[in-house]
Design a protein around this ligand. Structure first.
Ligand SMILES: *Cc1c(COP(=O)(O)O)cnc(C)c1O
Length: 376
């Protein structure tokens, strides 16, 4: 929570939940990444928060961008960044979209198999490709599973295939899992990346780039290490696995760039019990899983919640959203402690909500409009 957001909310008269993002915090985060990893290029992961104001600010600061669709590419171009600062980082692309991205000037693409390489060879001749390898995501609160990337042992084949098809086999990428609270998580992935570099080298292919992905955390309920700690841990891992031949590197922070810049203001719609002697109360807010809090799925992300009664005695609550879908419950398995004095009509502040909220909100499920956002 910043003074600017507090002041903005004090003046807001409109009804309904809203997200307020302080662009000064985004600027500070960008500068912290640039300082912590001075030889690394920053490619902001657009999906975390694609608001035009965020993209324009980062474009002006010199950031590059990781886009996952043609629409995201167009949004970045509209924000003033040239196409040579855009990576089409989704490993799952239609060939038509590769062709559209190529026509827009994008020359850097992610792949994780030979079929995707073939699409790029046809639709984006001569482009640079990097091969994404799987990572176990241990230590991440929002792991990314096996959906993206191939086994490291297959990566050299994919890159060699790209080279044969006239593409530039540029390097390797991975993602250690989102909200990665362990700064040493990059070590093992970098060991695998270095092995791919060696294998490619033996085949006469000299790779030049390692894409270190995202994963940099934002502070929710628990403290997280600083960006500086991540930077030095990553640098030591690069030295350990690449010696004096440290490759070009890029990072793709999403959550770590915008998460702590945003606060959602919501309202308590109902506080109730399921029976007279129930110890756990149900607290229903005017925002839920379909209104922007999708990352509470499986109770993965636990947001800090401020109330007007902080400091009063706490009691466990089930926290739920306003829609008529029974899946619209944020915290139940592990109830959330909120003040006993919390009442219907109280405004609550959900902190750390600058990433992965507004664009996850549904169009009008049950008639609840998408999350209103302000970037100040
Ligand atoms: C989502 C995504 C990111 C951003 O991840 P964070 O954990 O939010 O930093 C980076 N790279 C790729 C390829 C992604 O899909």
């Amino acid at each position: 929570m910043t003074a600017r957001i507090r002041q903005f909310l004090r003046k807001r008269a409109e009804d309904g939940p809203c997200l307020v993002v302080d662009l000064d915090v985004v600027r500070e985060n960008y500068l912290a990444f640039a300082k912590a990893l001075p030889d690394t290029k920053v490619f902001y992961a657009v999906k975390a928060n694609p608001a035009p104001e965020v993209l324009a600010l980062l474009a002006a600061l010199g950031s590059s961008f990781d886009a996952a669709s043609v629409t995201e590419i167009e949004m970045v171009l509209a924000a003033g960044a040239p196409a040579d600062r855009i990576s089409f980082g989704n490993t799952i692309k239609k060939e038509r979209d590769v062709a559209r991205a190529y026509a827009l000037g994008v020359r850097l693409y992610a792949v994780d198999c030979t079929a995707e390489v073939d699409k790029i060879a046809r639709a984006a001749p001569g482009a640079r490709v990097f091969c994404r390898i799987l990572s176990d995501c241990v230590g991440a609160e929002w792991p990314l599973s096996r959906k993206f990337g191939c086994e490291p042992a297959m990566a050299a084949d994919v890159l060699e295939h790209a080279h044969r098809r006239g593409l530039e086999a540029y390097g390797v990428s991975f993602h250690v899992g989102s909200q990665q609270r362990n700064p040493h998580a990059w070590d093992r992935a970098l060991a695998s990346a270095a092995a791919v570099f060696r294998e490619c080298g033996e085949r006469g292919l000299n790779l030049t780039m390692v894409n270190l992905g995202g994963g940099f955390p934002t502070k929710y309920l628990k403290n997280v290490p600083t960006v500086k700690t991540y930077g030095s841990s990553i640098f030591r891992a690069l030295r350990r696995h690449f010696g004096n031949r440290i490759p070009e590197t890029i990072i793709e922070p999403g959550r770590g760039m915008v998460g702590n810049a945003g606060v959602i203001e919501a309202e308590v719609v109902l506080v109730s019990k399921k029976s007279e002697n129930d110890d756990v109360r149900w607290v229903y807010l005017d925002i839920g899983k379909f209104g922007g809090l999708a990352e509470t799925m499986d109770e993965s992300i636990r947001y800090p919640i401020r109330t007007p009664h902080d400091g009063d005695e706490l009691a466990p609550c089930v926290l739920a959203g306003p829609t008529c879908d029974s899946a619209d419950v944020m915290y139940e398995r592990e109830p959330y402690a909120l003040p006993i004095s919390l009442e219907i009509g109280d405004k609550v502040l959900i902190e750390g909500t600058g990433a992965y909220t507004a664009t996850y909100s549904s169009v009008a499920f049950n008639g609840f409009r998408p999350l209103k956002t302000y970037h100040i």
